[in-house]
Design a protein around this ligand. Structure first.
Ligand SMILES: [Zn+2]
Ligand SMILES: [Zn+2]
Length: 183
């Protein structure tokens, strides 16, 4: 998503603009990243370029469920403040020092939010996403997705190994106090 900041760059430090973003596409082809975003972005002319304050909702983001591994879509929001630096002084045309890891305004005086959105999305993703709060996960014995219904393993509960396991679970449950299967 490119924003033309050529006019803003000619304005005094502190001048600001706000844009509403409605289902715009951002893409970083090198990282195979494509995403649609909505939200708002505020641009403030800074000493070295433009300070971007962004708040976006990203939809849809597909992630694997931490329990059953099925892919599902989850809303993700990102917020960030980043300075985009222009390596030419717009008034004098002089070169300005820019670090390699800084976001830049290109020679056509566009700033591209795609890479920033990609980086912030990465850190905004849930650590253990769940397709639903009561996801039953995979059977640890046969690997069946238990959301699709019980697998054969439960029926084998008469088996000695399973009853030993059940007793162990019962004991852990009691010691745990609340009997919840997991935190
Ligand atoms: Zn799941
Ligand atoms: Zn099973």
């Amino acid at each position: 998503m490119l924003i033309n900041v050529s006019t803003l760059l000619l304005e005094p430090v502190g001048h600001a603009r706000r844009y509403a973003v409605e289902r715009e596409a951002v893409a970083v082809p090198e990282a195979a990243f494509v995403q649609e975003i909505s939200g708002s972005v505020r641009l403030i002319r800074s000493e070295r370029g433009v300070l971007v304050t962004a708040e976006f909702e990203l939809l849809p983001v597909s992630v694997p469920c931490g329990r059953c591994l099925e892919m599902f879509e989850t809303p993700v929001s990102v917020e960030f403040d980043e300075e985009y630096v222009f390596d030419l002084d717009p008034l004098t045309g002089k070169r300005v020092e820019v670090d390699v890891d800084e976001f830049r305004i290109d020679n056509q005086r566009h700033l591209d939010l795609s890479e920033a959105v990609r980086q912030y999305e990465e850190s905004a993703l849930p650590i253990q996403p769940l397709c639903r709060s009561d996801c039953r996960g995979l059977c640890p014995h046969c690997g069946s997705n238990l959301n699709d219904g019980p697998c054969g393993c439960a029926a084998a509960a008469g088996d000695d190994r399973w009853s030993a396991l059940a007793r162990l679970q019962e004991r852990l449950g009691t010691e745990d106090g609340d009997g919840a299967p997991e935190a």
